[in-house]
Design a protein. Structure first.
Lengths: 119, 233
């Protein structure tokens, strides 16, 4: 359904944030984590994203690449949709329909399965 | 000589000097840096060139001498924390046929002192692995919220899923090795108008396809304008 949307930048971004929430839901079942933002150790000076990435790396290494792919693509999509001078190419030209479809049906799907949510 | 420099020399043995865009030398760790030391460094790097230009050395008549003076001022402003030798223009001249590799090794040995080995090792590993991908054009490093962050610029103008798999495979390996460093990676395809708007002030260019950047100091101050402006070319 998402792949039928006309705005690919939104599809890519929503896919990433869906993955993020699935991961957070999985964290809630891990007593020592519960949520990435509430489990940040005292004295941690790095970003919340860095902490979350590290939690994924250590707890769900099997989906590290899929999660990072969606994360990086979402970053690119958001820059493209903002129309900033740094990036002048429309997102429609950068991601193909097939690319977006794979983000949803392949990468997000794998993340959901690996963290315990059947697709 | 630091392990990082040994690795760099070993890797670029035959085309060592011709590939260099800059050398960073930690002058403060080896000897007090004085204005006169500029001449000593120059002499060590290019003794034959130094002898030829001896009479005009401080007169700033040629492009190279002008660059030397700019370099001197630059170093003084940085309070001896960092010395940068811009070698591109020099290599393009008659000096290119000198056996500069020996001079560079001697200079590196003479001037290098203790560096932050761990950080340097990570940066070298990042370059070593990512440059194997032909699509990787530039790599910048900076510190963002206590993590070393690497911006990998690639040549693709459209999303390339196979390329992303390769990039992330390397990232996974590096994170496995450098767990305590929490390195972060961003992959920027060629869809920008100006790289200056993506590269943050203070970022360090650690790789440019066709060049080899030697890492010899931890200070990033002062490199930003030179490196950024050269990378845009």
């Amino acid at each position: 359904m998402l792949s039928e949307l006309g705005y690919k930048e939104w599809a890519v971004t929503v896919t990433f944030y869906s993955a993020l929430h699935y991961v957070e839901a999985a964290f809630s079942g891990i007593a020592t984590i519960e949520h990435s933002e509430t489990s940040i150790p005292v004295g941690w000076q790095r970003s919340t994203h860095a902490w979350r990435d590290d939690l994924i790396f250590h707890n769900f290494a099997g989906i590290h690449n899929e999660y990072r792919k969606l994360s990086n693509s979402s970053m690119i999509a958001r820059y493209l949709s903002s129309g900033g001078t740094a990036i002048g190419r429309p997102v429609e030209d950068f991601f193909s329909d097939d690319d977006v479809g794979k983000f949803i049906d392949r990468d997000l799907d794998k993340i959901k399965r690996e963290v315990g949510f059947a697709s | 000589m630091s392990r990082a420099i040994e690795l760099a020399i070993e890797e670029e043995r035959d085309n060592y000097v011709g590939m260099l865009s800059s050398i960073m030398l930690d002058a403060s760790s080896r000897r007090p840096f004085e204005y006169s030391s500029v001449g000593v460094l120059w002499q060590t790097l290019f003794p034959e060139a130094y002898e030829r230009d001896l009479s005009n050395y401080w007169q700033g008549c040629t492009v190279h001498q002008r660059q030397r003076h700019e370099w001197c001022d630059y170093v003084l402003k940085e309070k001896n924390d960092l010395v940068v030798v811009e070698m591109d223009d020099i290599i393009d001249t008659e000096y290119a046929n000198l056996s500069s590799r020996n001079y560079v090794e001697k200079a590196l040995y003479y001037f290098l002192g203790p560096v932050e080995e761990k950080e340097e090792e990570l940066e070298l590993e990042v370059v070593k692995r990512f440059k194997e991908l032909d699509e990787v054009e530039l790599i910048y490093a900076d510190i963002y919220m206590e993590s070393e962050r690497f911006k990998i610029f690639t040549s693709n103008t459209r999303y390339d899923d196979d390329l992303m798999d390769k990039l992330l495979g390397i990232e996974f390996e590096l994170r496995s090795i450098y767990r305590d460093s929490f390195p972060r990676f961003e992959y920027i395809p060629r869809i920008y108008d100006s790289i200056d708007e993506i590269v943050r002030r203070g970022s360090k260019l650690i790789y440019k396809r066709g060049y080899y950047v030697i890492l010899g100091g931890s200070s990033l101050a002062g490199r930003k304008e030179r490196e950024t402006s050269e990378a845009v070319a």
